[in-house]
Design a protein. Structure first.
Length: 202
């Protein structure tokens, strides 16, 4: 309950923008007619993903491109929280994703409040160097949202305060700051998929 209250307080500052979007009954983001966001999700052809990867204000296009490819081959959906450090149509993003890019289940959001409004009831886990729980010690429910921060700054303090019991870490040597973002996503994503029995994967 404390986490929910903190989450509500964090999102209330942008309630007017988020309220205009509405909530999706499926628990996945709704498509909205906004030419700034690409592509428009076609929910009629997308099934419910086993897991969701959320990148909070990613800065390096090649990382997002590599993550997009990982999402496609595993069936995960990719969610991007703006502002982004690049144009989503940049060649660096698509080149990293190669021919997988057009098959990506992709959603974009104006801010964190927009993300919460469009994904009501989302099971959220933060992956952060400030986490206290090793990522292997969590049970990941189907459809969980794994949230990763910016390459240079990580996640904002408001998210740490909103989800104090859901902060996961990848063990590493203390003298180094962090893994590459795309590597970190792959590490946690495949552990979660392993727990689920690698659904629909060969």
């Amino acid at each position: 309950m404390a986490e929910q209250n903190k989450q509500a307080a964090f999102s209330s500052g942008s309630a007017s923008a988020a309220g205009s979007v509405g909530a999706a009954s499926t628990g996945l983001a709704q498509s909205i007619p906004d030419v700034r966001h690409w592509p428009h999700p076609n929910l009629s052809t997308w099934g419910r993903p086993p897991l969701n990867i959320v990148l909070y204000q990613p800065e390096i296009p090649a990382n997002t491109g590599n993550i997009s490819r990982t999402c496609v081959v595993t069936g995960a959906a990719l969610h991007l929280i703006e502002p982004l450090g690049f144009d989503i149509s940049e060649r660096a993003v698509r080149r990293a994703g190669l021919d997988y890019w057009q098959k990506l289940q992709l959603y974009t959001y104006r801010d964190w409040a927009d993300f919460l409004a469009r994904n009501p009831g989302a099971e959220i886990f933060l992956v952060t160097t400030k986490g206290s729980v090793p990522y292997t010690e969590i049970r990941y429910p189907r459809g969980a949202f794994l949230v990763f921060g910016r390459e240079t700054a990580g996640l904002p303090e408001e998210l740490h305060q909103a989800y104090p019991g859901r902060r996961l870490r990848i063990p590493m040597r203390s003298e180094y700051r962090s893994l590459n973002l795309s590597n970190a996503v792959a590490v946690v994503l495949f552990e979660a998929l392993r727990q689920q029995g690698f659904p629909d994967l060969l």
